[in-house]
Design a protein around this ligand. Structure first.
Ligand code: ATP
Ligand code: MG
Length: 401
């Protein structure tokens, strides 16, 4: 299945140029693995943090293989009592992927739980990581607090908390198996993933030094724009996140986007139009940093030549929030309109979307199984294939008879 021919024509020309300039040496050995948890629909944070980059890289032709994973097993580590939520969101994430421009002919889209080899790898990697090292992972620490898993260690705190599920605590190890199973060199992701990739690199290093060179050390590919590393929520909170309910979704209608932007956090001291305003920490400007390009001004706000000019006016005073918000709404809808259009197309083809995921999962399983075989060989747990081991022991015990 693939997008309509109309969609292909809409692809920017530079995508084709990348394909044309691609040489075999450039693509040799460069592999992407990345993904998302099916805990909700994808939002603008996912888009600028990783998804937009994935589509560009996919169309660049510079990668030998691209694996995009719907991380349902990871989502279950903190949603074990709500499997239905995970189950229902698989299709949402798949629709968001295809709508954003991931193309199953170029990228392998698959579901994590359908590749059981990943669990076996994680089981072996667990021996290479200490509890203390996991406890130091800042993203896991923050998420434990966010999810209310932290135990009542504070004196006088009698709150009954569920404690930290072991699966959740060890999810960085599971992520290391996801990445290494595909010999990924490159992981396009937001800033919160940095500690995970670091942990993966440590596991790879340890594995290779104990069992011999087998696994590949990956690198994170962060967004090149600071605003995209960790896009704040519409409430101005640190991160737009499904779990915080402060999101603009890729599947939101133009009306929903308008309402959310109009209600967005700006500078609380910018009360009247003539007041000087702050741009730093002003969510509307952070979003413009992430999405606005120079050509948007000629189209939507020709009184200004650039975002810098708009910011300067806001700082001076005399520029109202509503005008800035209107620009943001126009820019966001320009990004979201083609995504909405493709979503509409794929929503009418759900069976085909599942077929894409099924075929992708089979392909991913083949790749992971090949790595697992290498891992078993390196760890010398390949007893039945090791004819020498059997012959040698047979000789040894025969001599004693
Ligand atoms: P959950 O709350 O279930 O953890 P989430 O919204 O944090 O969901 P994930 O599935 O954990 O989303 O993240 C998937 C990818 O999107 C990761 O690469 C992550 O870095 C990136 N990402 C998520 N939120 C943002 C954000 N606000 N800004 C930039 N990147 C983000
Ligand atoms: Mg997350």
């Amino acid at each position: 299945m693939h997008a309509r021919s109309g969609d292909r024509k809409a692809e920017p020309d530079r995508c084709r140029t990348y394909h044309e300039t691609n040489t075999e040496t450039e693509t040799m050995g460069k592999i992407i693995l990345t993904g998302d948890r099916p805990t909700g629909r994808l939002h603008l944070g996912h888009y600028v943090g990783s998804l937009r980059r994935r589509v560009e890289l996919q169309n660049s032709g510079q990668f030998e293989k691209i694996f995009i994973m719907i991380a349902d097993a990871q989502a279950l580590t903190d949603n074990a009592d709500n499997p239905e939520k995970v189950r229902q969101n698989i299709i949402e994430v798949a629709l968001d992927y295809l709508s954003a421009g991931l193309d199953p002919r170029k990228s392998t889209l698959f579901i994590q739980s359908q590749v059981p080899e990943l669990c076996e790898l994680a089981f072996y990697y667990m021996n290479l990581v200490t509890v203390q090292r996991l406890q130091r992972n800042p993203t896991v620490k923050a998420e434990i607090t966010l999810r209310g898993f932290a135990e009542g260690a504070v004196e006088g705190d009698t709150a009954q908390r569920p404690g930290i599920p072991v699966g959740f605590f060890t999810y960085p190890i599971s992520q290391a198996s996801d990445i290494t199973a595909f010999k990924a060199t490159t992981v396009p992701a937001g800033e919160d993933q940095e500690p995970m990739i670091e942990q993966t690199r440590e596991i790879v290093h340890k594995f290779n030094s104990v069992y011999g060179p087998t696994l590949v050390e990956p690198e994170i590919l962060l967004p090149d724009n600071a605003a995209c590393m960790r896009l704040p929520g519409t409430d101005g909170k640190a991160k737009m996140s499904k779990s915080l309910g402060n999101c603009i979704y890729l599947s939101d209608t133009a009306d929903e986007v308008k309402k959310k932007v109009m209600g967005m956090y700006t500078d609380p001291d910018h009360l009247r139009v003539e007041d000087p305003g702050k741009v730093e920490g002003n969510t509307v400007f952070t979003y413009l940093d992430a999405f606005c390009r120079e050509e948007h001004f000629a189209k939507y706000l020709p009184d200004y030549a650039s975002l810098d000019e708009l910011k300067a006016h806001y700082r001076r005073g005399g520029l109202g929030d509503v005008k800035v918000k209107r620009l943001l709404i126009a820019v966001l809808n320009e990004v979201l309109d083609p995504i909405r259009e493709r979503r509409h197309y794929y929503e009418g083809r759900i069976e085909e979307v599942y077929k894409v995921l099924e075929a992708g999962s089979a392909k991913a399983r083949e790749a992971a199984a090949a790595t697992l075989a290498e891992v078993r060989n390196a760890m010398r747990i390949n007893y039945f294939e090791d004819k020498e081991l059997i012959a040698e022991q047979a000789r040894h015990y025969a001599a004693r008879q």
